[in-house]
Ligand binder design. Structure first.
Ligand code: GLU
Length: 472
């Protein structure tokens, strides 16, 4: 089961689970059931690429079905293997539980390097993968709902939707078979930036906690904090953006070809455009090049955001990391060995399966929109605006003073879809942060925030199993 790197990601997840399970009083059988992957689908299918036939390896794992549908992204990467997909599907179960998204956990992956294929070839591979899922009932608005992950995005999701709709004609809720779709195909505003925004909301909440900041020797608030971001994909880019807009300084950005550093602060959009134009993050005007990408993680900073792949901070480099807070925007960027090091050093690790839950939270909003067949805000926006206008008129009439035009517009504004999605996400991340921190405080023996997050997740999933009546 071990991955090609002789490191089992699934074993690492199990290890973290077991560490937390000791602090709960659930029956061993329940814990064992929660830990296991319920359904594993491994497939090989042929796709004609040019004049050759390629056999593509792919997976879909449903870790849990205590709530339906099961939910989780699909990644396209050469590092995809069964162990990784199992681990990621398990993280989805815990993630959904923590943020009260009523789904089971799942994950999928296709073992390809997407950069090696033309869009036409990728479309063929994605459509074939989808039809394999349909054949085995591994996709559907009520069974299992994929989403984007590393190497996939809106384009792939719309291919999945179109394949599903053409093979299941007339299914009224078909739009809910996949999330992370383009807006024109049933997507929801705010899904694209959701994970990065959720990372920001989660860390911002932690930084508001005076006792936590005092322990770390940091000031309260994200303003002025020095942040390093690893990965300029969707999650890294948006995390950097919201931290910068929130008043933090992005002092270094790392990508696989190298890293750049600038104490004065980097603008993620300019860096993104530079990389698009030159093909590399290096030689960005005003910044210093760091040729070995991994060295950027070891630079001094307050907050380190690994936002790429798993296992990047491990027993080898954890001791050299100087950050006081590590926000796991990626899934599984730290190994259990790294956790031990940080726990001893007093570094705060804000764990993946809650911190990066913004994506699945907004996927849930998208799915609800698809099932309700109406966009958020359509029914109440104008009504709210008309009511607010009347209230403002009354205030102006009674007080004899007039409110400034800009302020008036602000007060009158009825919520659009994006306002509601962002507000729902903010509420979700704030509540989850508080719940995990509360659990940690109540159990002084709990060594770290990850263990506290697992305890919260285990309690919720176990309760749900118990309520299903499976374990009387
Ligand atoms: N792939 C994302 C994750 O790991 C999103 C999953 C989803 O939206 O279902 O959380």
């Amino acid at each position: 089961m071990a991955s090609p790197f002789e490191y089992s990601f699934f074993d690492a997840v199990v290890k973290s689970f077991d560490k937390a399970a000791q602090f709960t009083s659930w029956d061993k059988g329940i814990l064992e059931q929660i830990k296991q992957c319920n359904s594993v689908y491994r497939m090989n299918f042929p796709v004609k690429i040019g004049d050759k036939i390629e056999v593509i390896k792919a997976y879909r794992v449903q870790h849990s079905q205590h709530k339906l549908p099961s939910k989780g992204g699909i990644r396209f990467s050469l590092s995809v293997n069964l162990d990784e997909v199992m681990a990621l599907s398990a993280l989805m179960t815990y993630k959904c539980a923590i943020v009260n998204v009523p789904f089971g956990g799942a994950k999928g992956g296709i073992c390809i390097d997407p950069k090696k294929y033309t869009p036409y070839e990728l479309e063929k591979i994605t459509r074939r993968y989808t039809s394999e899922l349909i054949k085995k009932n591994f996709i559907g608005p009520g069974t299992d709902v994929p989403a984007p992950d590393y190497g996939t995005g809106e384009r792939e999701m719309s291919w999945i939707l179109d394949t599903y709709q053409s093979m299941r004609p007339g299914e009224v809720d078909a739009l809910g078979c996949v999330t992370g779709k383009p807006i024109t195909q049933g997507g929801v505003h705010g899904r694209r930036e959701a994970t990065g925004l959720g990372v920001f909301f989660g860390i911002r909440e932690v930084c508001k906690m005076k006792d936590v900041m005092d322990r770390l020797g940091l000031s309260v608030g994200v303003e002025g904090k020095r942040v390093i971001v690893q990965g300029m994909g969707n999650v890294g880019y948006h995390s950097a953006k919201f931290f910068r807009q929130g008043g933090a300084k992005i002092v270094a950005i790392a990508e696989y070809e190298g890293a750049i550093e600038n104490e004065a602060g980097l603008n993620e959009e300019e860096v993104f455009q530079h990389r698009k134009k030159t093909g590399s993050i290096l030689n960005f005007p005003g910044a210093t090049n760091i040729s070995k990408s991994s060295e950027a993680l070891e630079l001094p900073c307050d907050i380190l955001i690994p936002a790429a792949l798993e296992n990047v901070i491990n027993g080898d480099n954890a001791n050299r990391i100087q950050a006081k807070i590590i926000g796991e925007a990626a899934n599984g960027p730290l190994t259990p060995e790294a956790d031990e090091v940080f726990s001893k050093k007093g570094v705060l690790v804000v764990p993946d399966m809650y911190l990066n839950a913004g994506g699945v939270t907004v996927s849930y909003f998208e799915w609800l929109k698809n099932l309700s067949h109406v966009r958020y805000g359509r029914m109440e926006k104008r009504f709210t605006e008309n009511m607010n206008a009347r209230i403002i008129n009354q205030i102006e009439e009674l007080s004899g003073k007039s409110i400034e035009v800009q302020e008036k517009e602000h007060i009158m504004h009825g919520a659009d879809e994006i306002d509601l999605v962002h507000s729902g996400l903010e509420e979700t991340m704030i509540s989850a942060t508080k719940e995990i921190m509360e659990c940690w405080k109540q159990n002084p023996k709990v060594p770290d925030m990850r263990t506290a997050a697992y305890i919260v997740a285990i309690n919720k999933v176990a309760t749900s199993y118990a309520e299903l009546g499976i374990f009387p």
